[in-house]
Design a protein around this ligand. Structure first.
Ligand SMILES: NC(=O)c1ccc[n+]([C@@H]2O[C@H](COP(=O)([O-])OP(=O)(O)OC[C@H]3O[C@@H](n4cnc5c(N)ncnc54)[C@H](OP(=O)(O)O)[C@@H]3O)[C@@H](O)[C@H]2O)c1
Length: 366
């Protein structure tokens, strides 16, 4: 008989001291034949040869996971947060996701710019990790409302990092390739950030705060993201399909800046693997980076969409010129060196064509 239970280490200690345990051993359990201690579980095999019983072999698999695998996630209603929430939930973690305007029955509402509200919610859940995903990540919106962007991307990050520090738990801060100026790729984790717009600047400040509160914290820099969207405008990648579908409107699209898009499920898996490894090795810390493994301009991404969905793109003209410096600044090529993650065996890349086909088909059929 195999009994699989999910209890913590405290339970195990209580169990071996309990009367039940002593009676079990006294009543014929002659041997504890094996005890396997693994990171997340303890397997104990008992053999009973009690005369009145038949031969009983009882295996307990006591998982130690519940205490350790407890994570608090901000921004769980967002493009990346939804994928991270799903990944950790299906991976057996106890996860508390937060939202602000898009609350669902799985998520709780927290305004992370309200320090007390945030602190109380974290205290109630008692996490072992915090993943901070919430942000204002649209560069144009940051430029339009700089105070709001700073409040969300910098001040709220300061609150979260302080809470993690007080609770002595690690913080994983999701950051961006936009902390770099795009002039000298590929960027290493130790390359000096030099953001060209306010969004990148606020995220670079968030990074500095995160590392200054505890050197055990982790920064995960990611590139432009796509995945299952709630509207095409939700991602800078999927919004290109809008241009493609709108054949009535001739448009010029940049064929200049280079991007390495990543699917949100890949980033969620990377985040998951990183935390699993952090449990094994608490010394895992500092800056990690991931870039998608294919490089495209915006125009080239539209070409892929056109090919995948067999859509005409005669109304779209490529613009290969360097953009007008008066327009919102965008870095040219912010390719991140991902070798630190790869050296840990962490590697997830969805082929762009396949990711697009899977997640955007429903928008083409509409
Ligand atoms: N998307 C990209 O292409 C990209 C690229 C590089 C890096 N990143 C980074 O990845 C992370 C996730 O980005 P994303 O694309 O998932 O962002 P997103 O889709 O815009 O989601 C933003 C999240 O922040 C939450 N939020 C906003 N204001 C809040 C407040 N006052 N209190 C609490 N929560 C609040 C939103 O909640 P509600 O929606 O419920 O209001 C939402 O869950 C960000 O740190 C971003 O900088 C994103």
């Amino acid at each position: 008989m195999i009994t699989e239970m999910t209890y913590g280490a405290v339970f195990l200690k209580r169990l071996v001291r309990s009367t039940w345990w002593r009676e079990w051993r006294g009543g014929g359990c002659r041997a504890v034949t094996s005890i396997h201690l693994k990171l997340d579980k303890i397997s104990i095999t008992l053999i009973s040869t009690q005369a009145r019983c038949e031969f009983i072999k009882l295996s307990f698999i006591i998982k130690m996971s519940t205490d350790e695998k407890k994570v608090f996630l901000t921004g769980a209603s967002g493009l990346l947060g939804r994928a991270i929430y799903k990944k950790f939930k299906s991976g057996g973690w106890d996860i508390q996701g937060t939202a602000f305007t898009r609350v669902t029955e799985d998520l709780i509402k927290v305004d992370i710019t309200n320090e007390k509200e945030l602190k109380d919610t974290v205290a109630k859940f008692q996490p072992k990790f915090i993943i901070h995903c919430a942000a204002q990540r649209f560069p144009d919106k940051c430029d339009k409302n700089p105070k709001e962007a700073e409040l969300l991307n910098v001040t709220a990050t300061e609150y979260i990092a302080a809470i993690a520090q007080q609770r002595m738990i690690p913080l994983i801060f999701i950051s961006t390739d936009y902390v770099f100026d795009g002039k000298n790729p590929p960027y290493q984790p130790i390359s000096e950030p030099n953001p060209v717009n306010l969004y990148g600047k606020t995220k670079a400040e968030g990074e500095t705060i995160t590392l200054s509160k505890s050197l055990k914290n982790i920064i995960l820099r990611v590139p432009v993201l796509y995945g299952p969207v709630t509207s095409l405008s939700e991602s800078a990648v999927t919004s290109l399909l809008q241009n493609l579908l709108n054949t009535e409107k001739p448009i010029t699209v940049s064929n200049y800046e280079k991007r390495r898009p990543a699917h949100v499920d890949d980033i969620a898996s990377i985040c998951f693997d990183l935390l699993q490894q952090k449990i094994k090795d608490p010394e895992l810390k500092g800056i990690f980076q991931w870039s998608g493994e294919e490089v495209f301009t915006k125009y080239q991404m539209i070409q892929v969409m056109s090919e995948v969905f067999n859509l005409k793109m005669d109304h779209i003209t490529p613009d290969s010129k360097e953009p007008d410096p008066s327009a919102a600044a965008r870095p040219f090529d912010v390719t991140l060196d991902s070798s630190r993650l790869k050296s840990l065996g962490i590697h997830h890349h969805t082929i762009f064509k396949e990711g697009i086909k899977k997640d955007l088909a429903k928008w083409v059929q509409k």
